[in-house]
Design a binder for this molecule. Structure first.
Ligand code: AMP
Length: 395
């Protein structure tokens, strides 16, 4: 079956058409500046990339353009839309309602809408994408895959904040966790590589990208994760602060004459390694600057690593041990130096790091020695493939 995977943002839409039998990507692309002017990048596998400015007043127009490109005589990869057997939609927040992927019926969409409050920037955009696809492909089954669903197995000790319980009861204020599709995909792959059942493994997955989170996976289930009520909690990220004393909000608000939303904007968009280094959120730039002697860039990298090291230690404690530490996403897959800096702290857990094996980027590989008690490895994530697999399983 051919599955169209859609990841819809407020003004962008990423897509991949995947053949579920071969698991090959047939085409992928991105619509940007939806509602502004419109720009499409379309890459059919084995053919030239297409870039075009095209009017996209709304998401329906963007989806329509994508479908037109997929079936285009020159740039297309399928003869007709009938070849698309299902559509899988990435949905950011499923609240406590969705602990698994689900077929998108009218009732389900209404329930997703109820979660809009929890992810006001993302969920409404996801729903717009779903509606646009339903309008243009009314008979094709659609599935929603939630970023939060994998973490719904967290016990209350992990998901409750130490605040009045009524806030949880009345407003559903709790830790949800994100990147669930990636943590699930990587932890399953770890079990395959280890030749073990997920139930027999304690794995710590480090999803280190521009957004970054760590997940403790025991018995194949998420038991704790570093992102919380929103994706702002946890690690120091590209532009997000991660954990900080909430009292900082009021203090900075007063000093800088900002309101709460404006301070949160700073914590989401102008903080993290970008804010610390005042250079870049990209680790390639940070390493280059640090090599030139830029102290702030060097410290930003060290703060990032320190937080990762703390969370790995915390999750080894939570699970009373760890068998595998897995790295994934842009930094985890490509940045050998960050892996080395993190794993050099892990001797106390029984990790024997192999610096030679670690010198590579973007592949699935073990980076610990053969006699290491804890296995350290890199597993490239593939959220689109994970969504396609979930979609096929449900339709
Ligand atoms: P992601 O959000 O998973 O796409 O990750 C994006 C981030 O990965 C970028 O902002 C970089 O910091 C980092 N990254 C990507 N490629 C490399 C590389 N070759 N070396 C170091 N960092 C990289």
């Amino acid at each position: 079956m051919k599955v169209l995977v859609i990841n819809c943002g407020s003004s962008s839409l990423k897509y991949q058409l995947i053949d579920s039998e071969t698991e090959q990507v047939l085409a992928k692309g991105l619509c940007e500046r939806i509602g502004i002017d419109g720009c499409l990048t379309h890459k059919p596998t084995g053919k030239d990339k297409v870039e075009m400015n095209a009017d996209m007043p709304n998401h329906t127009a963007a989806v329509s353009l994508v479908l037109q490109q997929l079936t285009d005589a020159k740039n297309g990869v399928i003869a007709s839309l009938d070849e698309i057997g299902a559509v899988g939609h990435r949905i950011v927040h499923g609240g406590e309602k969705f602990a698994a992927s689900t077929v998108l019926t009218e009732e389900v969409c209404k329930e997703i809408e109820k979660c809009n409050d929890l992810a006001p920037l993302h969920n409404p955009a996801n729903l717009i994408g779903i509606n646009a696809c339903k309008e243009l492909m009314p008979n094709v089954p659609m599935v929603g895959v939630f970023d939060t669903a994998f973490h719904q197995t967290m016990p209350d000790v992990s998901y409750l904040y130490g605040i009045p319980y009524e806030y949880y009861e009345k407003y559903a204020v709790r830790r949800y966790g994100f990147h669930g599709t990636s943590h699930s995909f990587v932890s399953k792959r770890v079990a395959e590589i280890m030749g073990k059942k997920p139930e027999d493994l304690k794995t710590i997955v480090c999803h280190l990208g521009n957004g970054a989170s760590i997940c403790a996976v025991q018995n194949g289930k998420s038991v704790d994760t570093s992102m919380g009520f929103t994706p702002l909690e946890g690690l120091v990220m590209g532009t997000r602060s991660g954990d900080l004393d909430p009292a900082v909000l009021e203090y900075v608000a007063k000093k800088e004459n900002l309101n709460i939303s404006e301070v949160l904007q700073v914590l989401n968009k102008k903080s993290g390694v970008q804010g610390l280094s005042q250079v870049s959120s990209d680790f390639r730039d940070l390493h280059a600057e640090a090599d030139k002697g830029n102290k702030k860039a060097e410290v930003a990298v060290e703060v990032f690593v320190h937080r990762v090291v703390k969370y790995i230690g915390a999750y080894a404690a939570v699970m009373n041990g760890v068998d595998v530490i897995a790295f994934t996403a842009g930094i985890g897959e490509n940045d050998a130096l960050i892996r080395e800096m993190v794993l050099n702290h892990m001797g106390y857990l029984g990790v024997k790091f192999d610096a030679e094996k670690n010198k590579f980027a973007g592949e699935e590989r073990i980076v610990s020695t053969d006699d290491s008690k804890v296995v350290a490895m890199v597993v490239p994530t593939n959220e689109e493939l994970a969504i396609a697999r979930e979609t096929v399983a449900l339709v």
